[in-house]
Design a protein around this ligand. Structure first.
Ligand code: SF4
Length: 291
């Protein structure tokens, strides 16, 4: 009897690799390392991927992880004259005043799509904007502090954490939510505030990655989502894949992928979160193709 071993068929879902905001933040950090000999401190995980952050750590940068430390307390401890780099997700602007007093050289790696949200909120009449986001995420937490007149609708509890005095008219969201959860939030918001209209939603990178999974045909045995469990946009990709009924696997990198039980999977599609590198994708897809 002859046994034929068919290799796994692997489809890479596009777009893949770093989004523009993540790529820009990493390049800014690397450029800073080349330009300055002073200590460099990344205030908050500059992008939400542990492997990327470890690579920067190897280049002698100090990472202050917002999951483990209070950023404000840590900022106060940074030696005067050091360099600080703010994360792609933004930062409360109060940090800038503290940094100035300590003569820190400040580099802002905030993604332009994140900054645009605050800019738009400031252009609307004060106190008339509702922001939808997760207060546990640095992007939304920063907005909460930087735009104190705004309403804040928490996506984790689907309830308001803060309300204003005026009637809200405009709604803007954290850049990495899913369209389904925004719709659910809007239904709740409109019950109370009929006039509130969604002005600005997720960023282009988030939307195109989510749409690509939504459009996938049902011919795959499974979907592999590559990215950190701390990455908001990656978590949404996994939720969408599960909601579509796909068997969904998750891994940060090749090491984690090798631990997964992929028995019976013959055809797989692979998606990457916005802070997962092409190198990780290539390593993982080569491994899958070898099975
Ligand atoms: S996911 Fe969107 S908002 Fe976040 S860094 Fe990337 S481009 Fe910017």
């Amino acid at each position: 009897m002859i046994f034929i071993h068919l290799r796994m068929e692997v489809h890479i879902i596009s777009p893949f690799g770093f989004c523009s905001g993540v790529n820009n933040a990493i390049e800014m950090a690397k450029k800073a390392r080349k330009s300055y000999s002073n200590g460099i401190y990344l205030l908050g995980m500059i992008v939400h991927n542990e492997d990327v952050v470890k690579e920067l750590e190897k280049e002698n940068m100090h990472i202050i992880d917002e999951r483990k430390s209070n950023l404000l307390d840590e900022l106060k401890k940074i030696p005067n004259g050091s360099i600080i780099i703010y994360s792609a997700h933004g930062h409360p602007y109060i940090y800038e005043e503290i940094a100035k007093k300590k003569n820190l050289i400040q580099i802002d790696a905030t993604c332009p799509f994140v900054s645009l949200n605050l800019k738009e909120a400031n252009e609307f009449e004060k106190g008339t904007t509702i922001y939808i986001g997760s207060k546990k995420h640095l992007e939304a937490a920063s907005f909460y502090f930087n735009c104190p007149s705004s309403y804040f609708f928490d996506i984790d509890t689907f309830s308001f954490l803060r309300k204003g005095e005026k009637k809200p008219k405009h709604v803007i969201t954290q850049t990495t939510l899913s369209e389904d959860e925004i719709e659910k939030a809007m239904e709740i918001i409109r019950k109370e505030y009929m006039e509130a209209s969604l002005e600005k939603s997720v960023c282009f990178s988030t939307k195109s990655r989510q749409d690509a999974i939504k459009k996938l045909p049902n011919e795959y045995d499974a979907i592999l989502i590559l990215g950190s469990t701390y990455s908001s946009n990656t978590n949404k990709l996994a939720s969408i894949s599960i909601d579509k009924g796909f068997k969904t696997y998750r891994a940060l990198n090749l090491e984690e992928l090798k631990k997964l039980d992929l028995k019976g999977i013959k055809k797989i599609a692979v998606a990457t979160g916005a802070s997962t590198s092409k190198k990780t994708l290539e390593e993982c897809s080569s491994y899958l193709e070898s099975l």
